[in-house]
Structure formats: structure tokens, C-alpha cells
Design a protein around this ligand. Sequence first.
Ligand code: AHG
Ligand code: MN
Ligand code: MN
Ligand code: MN
Length: 332
Amino acid sequence: SDSKLAYSVGVTLDRFIKMKQDDFPFASGELSQLLRDIGLAAKIVNRETNRAGLANIAGAFGNTNIQGEEQQKLDVIANIRFTRALTKGGEVCAIVSEEDDEVIDLQNSSGKYVVAIDPLDGSSNIDVNISIGTIFSIYRRVTPVGSPIQPEDIMQPGRNQVAAGYVLYGSSTMLVYTTGHGVNGFTYEASLGEFFLSHPDMKAPQNGKIYSINEGTYNHFEPGLREYLENCKKLEYSARYIGSLVADFHRNLLKGGIYIYPATTKSPSGKLRLLYEANALAFIAEQAGASAIDGEERILDIQPSSLHQRTPLYIGSIEMVKEVGALIKKRR
Ligand code: AHG
Ligand code: MN
Ligand code: MN
Ligand code: MN
């Protein structure tokens, strides 16, 4: 019965957040409430995702976003759901979203937190029923609460994150997050409407035999990267590329592996966005004993200069990231 199921699968996300709040002696519970708000939005988007094909919410929305991408309906729906949940929650003063050209100023004079979000990651996979995700980063604003939002509240390096996480709408729906005290994974039990702790204290293998990269633009990769990929092939590693960053990242975190989205001539700074893709996953990676660089420096040390700026991303098992970084440096 459901009650037995609930008991047997252990602690819920809400109870875990409450338990872990003790890690923050000064926390007045706003961050906990913010994480709960994100959990709620994830449940709502999960339901929309699971019925996209039936409820005529698959397909293109008919807009092109600031990224130059054709927005999918689910991109827009997920963006509305998350921004609404964060607005209602009351802890957030500003939101940076992949789907909004400018910063969303919530005019919330008591909001302490800034959230950067990719509401729907892997949009090209929505209509073909392949796993997709949501990625979020949480910062504390640096200017006084109640004063107008300033650029320095938004343009913070990834090392300033107070929390980060992702939702993976896959064969099961998971929420994985960190507040700087390790990484914990929760699996959604739809019949109970709850996320339950399923992957406590996640740690990435130091090394791996899986590499994830879109080799379509191989001819435009720099020499050190091409050498690294040749080594992977000599060692007969597995090539696994889903086209949804969250799904590729999650598999590599659990099994060991590296995900690479390099600079190419077409996209000289790579495709992935620093504020709401690379920074969040880099924080999680480092908290799980893995690593994330842009080809030479630590992702979390990059000082952002523009809202939607892109960065090359090499992220995953620490030995693999070290190796590709050394080859890139040697061949530059
Ligand atoms: P988004 O759907 O949020 O725009 O992100 C898509 C990203 C990432 O999820 C994925 O790994 C990558 O784009 C795939 O890019 P390519 O199709 O160029 O390989
Ligand atoms: Mn997109
Ligand atoms: Mn994305
Ligand atoms: Mn997206």
C-alpha cells in the first residue's frame, strides 16, 4: 500500500531540507523554503512533460529566444512555472532565465536570493521523448536587501553559489542538489507526489571510460581536444551523447565519464551558457569530487561579463578533465 511504500523509501525532500537546515546556524529558513518552491515547480513541470504529446504542448511555440533558438512550448511553460513558483515563494529578488532576454526583477524588497535557471534543458529532445531537464543556481544578493537590484547581484562568479541543482525528467524523475555540503539525489514517487532520498551523498568515480561530445564539428576542434578524443578511441571508451546536458552529466556523475562541449569555429565560446548551465553543474561536480573547466580555467572562477554568455565546458571525472586540460594546454 502507499503508506508502506512511503515508509520503505525513506525521507522526503522537504524533510531532508529541514533536517539539513541545521548545517546553517544563521539560516532563517528562506533557503529551505526556496528549495521547496523549486521542488514544487519540478513536480508541476514533470506532469506537463509527461503529457506533452497529449495536451498539444509539444512542438514549437513560434518565438525565437535571445539564444537564437526556436522556443518550444515546453520551454515557455517550464519558464512560466518556475518563475511563478519562485515569485510566489517570496525569497527571490531576481531571476536570470535562458528564456528571458533581461533579468526578471521581482520587485521583492525582502528577497535575499538571485536564481539563474535553464527551465527546460535539452529542448530538441522534447518531441522525440528523450530525457530532458531543468538546471538552477542560487546566489545571495550582494547589495542591501530592499535596495534596487545591481549588476553585481547578478554577475557573480559560480564560486559564490549558495546552492545548485538539476531536475532530470527521465525514466524516473529525479531532483539532485547541493548547498555546499555534498550532493544528494531524490527520486519522484508520482503516486505520492513526493521526492524521496534515493542517492544520498553522491560521489563521482575519479576516472571513467565514457566520453560525451557531439563530434559533428570534429574538424573544428582544437588539436589538444582531437588528441584526447583519439586517445579515448585507442582505449575503446564508450561514446554516449544524449543531446540533453542534464542527462549526459547525470550518467557520467554516477558511472564516471566526461562531457565536453568545446569551442568551435561556429561557436567560438562553445554553446552552453555560464550562468544557468555550466555554473550549476560545475558546483555539483566539485561537490561530488568531480571537476569542471572551460578548457583551461575552473568554471566556478569565471567572472561573468554578460547575462547569456557562453563557455566551453569540460565536466566530469577529475582524472579525465585533468588529462584533456593538459593536452589542450600542451597543444596550444
Ligand atoms: P537547451 O535545450 O537548454 O538550449 O540546451 C541544450 C544544450 C544541452 O542540453 C545539450 O547537451 C546541447 O545543447 C546539445 O547541443 P548540440 O545539439 O549542438 O549537440
Ligand atoms: Mn535552449
Ligand atoms: Mn540547456
Ligand atoms: Mn533550455
